[in-house]
Design a protein around this ligand. Structure first.
Ligand code: HEM
Length: 155
């Protein structure tokens, strides 16, 4: 069955948007990872690195839901996305959600100091896990673009 041209054009537009947002999210993840590196040698983040980390975190809090909303319909259909893309997409959303939720939980008057330390530890692990997740997603999106360029199918 042939797909109507306007539907095809919408799919191409959505694919481009998802690719742009995914690369922007990946850039923010790299920035957040770099600004969190001092915590590996010292005890906690502080000073200008913490300031930079917090500044970049706003972009992720905005970018992640945007990626979810724009990419959802593409990533639930096996006809409009491949396995690598779907795996990367859901991995980015899950690790990103845990990264953000752990910080949010620390702001609630529910946890003691010990629990907050554990939440921040989980935050760091989930945050670092976003790096390979974003790489899988971006790689999957670019790979299909190259393939589709060759076969002239919309990516
Ligand atoms: C790829 C994303 C991210 C990575 C790799 C990452 C990694 C880290 C690491 C390793 C720490 C040090 C944890 C510790 O002190 O034990 C940290 C601290 C922190 N992160 Fe992130 N993070 C990311 C995203 C975010 C986001 C999105 C937010 C805000 C919504 C955030 C807010 C914070 C805050 C407030 C601290 C300071 C905790 C403290 O030491 O008092 N981070 N982050």
């Amino acid at each position: 069955m042939n797909t109507p041209p306007q539907f095809q054009a919408r799919q191409v537009m959505q694919s481009r948007l998802v690719t742009i947002i995914a690369f922007a999210v990946a850039a923010v993840v790299i920035l957040l990872t770099i600004t969190s590196l001092p915590s590996l040698s010292s005890d906690h983040l502080g000073g200008s690195m913490l300031m930079a980390h917090m500044a970049a975190s706003g972009a992720l809090v905005f970018g992640l839901p945007l990626l979810a909303v724009v990419g959802f319909s593409k990533m639930v259909h096996p006809t409009t996305s491949n396995r690598r893309q779907r795996f990367g997409f859901w991995l980015v959303l899950i690790t990103g959600w845990v990264t953000i939720a752990t910080v949010f939980a620390c702001m609630l008057p529910m946890f003691g100091t010990e629990a907050m330390h554990e939440l921040m530890w989980i935050h760091g692990i989930a945050g670092f896990a976003m790096v390979p997740a974003a790489a899988v997603l971006c790689f999957g999106l670019v790979w299909i673009r190259k393939e589709s360029n060759r076969s002239s199918n919309p990516g």
